[in-house]
Design a protein around this ligand. Structure first.
Ligand SMILES: NC(=O)c1ccc[n+]([C@@H]2O[C@H](COP(=O)([O-])OP(=O)(O)OC[C@H]3O[C@@H](n4cnc5c(N)ncnc54)[C@H](O)[C@@H]3O)[C@@H](O)[C@H]2O)c1
Length: 262
């Protein structure tokens, strides 16, 4: 898909990867980009820096997602590309409170479901459309120190696969963005979110800048790749995992112990 002249919505656009995606899409000549975030001030900052539109919405709230889709389609035009990028890391273990598991599920998974629920029928009716869902390498390889994050990102990968295999022949294109560590507020500000071990584990192959990830996303969209892997090592790790699952689990346990100093 070419970005040029497309109408694009990006959630989680007030910061990090979402903000970098907005910058990239505007630079590539998108017709209009709508920067959506739960943080109104940050969404506005992204929009004013890039001469595009801002909307405030909680992606975990279906009514907010309906409002975003309805207003954009009525006032701007049909959405060509919807980037469900907002996400959070909470719930480090099975001991974490239910609220942390629930918000992880709502933001990291249900937001993708709501976008699809309200856009896929419209997109099919007009011949097609594109969904870019930000999951994580944690959705393919799990997350040391981040139980709810790893689990919900696996669910996001599962849902993206399901959308692609169900609607591909009706013009629905899906890409899943699955980076390892990227330098954003998520990896910088709150070590409690993934824990020190989690960050060390995710950053083992280096911390990418968000603008580099956005460039790789633009290439992935142009090639219409299902899986967009900014860290190429992830392919090899997936191969190792599927080649010998027991060995992979033991290796991950040893890796965790080495990070924990055990
Ligand atoms: N940074 C990394 O290392 C990394 C790695 C893999 C995947 N990811 C994923 O990339 C995506 C973007 O993360 P980031 O690193 O840019 O983090 P970030 O914290 O910089 O940005 C996330 C943005 O999402 C917004 N957001 C959170 N909950 C929301 C909600 N309910 N409704 C609307 N907006 C909401 C936040 O306000 C914030 O602006 C997330 O899905 C994250 O899981 C990040």
């Amino acid at each position: 898909m070419e970005i040029n002249q497309k109408i694009i919505v990006v959630t989680g656009a007030g910061s990090g990867i979402g903000r970098a995606l907005v910058e990239k899409f505007v630079a590539e000549g998108a017709k209009q980009v709508i920067a959506v975030d739960i943080d109104a001030a940050n969404a506005s900052e992204t929009a004013s820096a890039n001469a595009c539109l801002a909307m405030t919405a909680d992606v975990a709230c279906e009514a907010d997602m309906i409002r975003v889709i309805d207003e954009v389609e009525a006032q701007v035009g049909p959405i060509d590309l919807f980037c469900s990028n907002a996400g959070l890391a909470a719930g480090p273990s099975e001991q974490s409170p239910d609220q942390e598991w629930q918000i992880s599920w709502d933001v990291n998974v249900m937001a993708h479901v709501y976008a699809a629920r309200h856009l896929v029928p419209r997109m099919i009716k007009r011949g097609g459309g594109y969904l870019l869902n930000t999951a994580s390498a944690a959705g393919l390889l799990n997350q040391i120190g981040g139980a709810a994050y790893g689990v919900t990102k696996h669910a996001a990968v599962g849902f993206g696969e399901w959308l692609a295999l169900t609607y591909g022949h009706q013009g629905i294109k899906v890409s899943l963005l699955c980076p390892q560590a990227v330098r954003t507020a998520m990896t910088a500000a709150d070590p409690d979110q993934l824990g020190t071990e989690g960050l060390q584990a995710a950053a083992g192959d280096g911390m990418l800048e968000a603008n580099v990830v956005a460039d790789i996303v633009a290439q992935g969209l142009q090639q219409e790749s299902f899986l967009i892997l900014p860290h190429p090592e992830v392919t090899e790790y997936m191969q190792r995992k599927t080649a010998d699952y027991d060995r992979w689990i033991k290796g991950m346990n040893r890796f965790h112990q080495s990070l924990a100093g055990g």
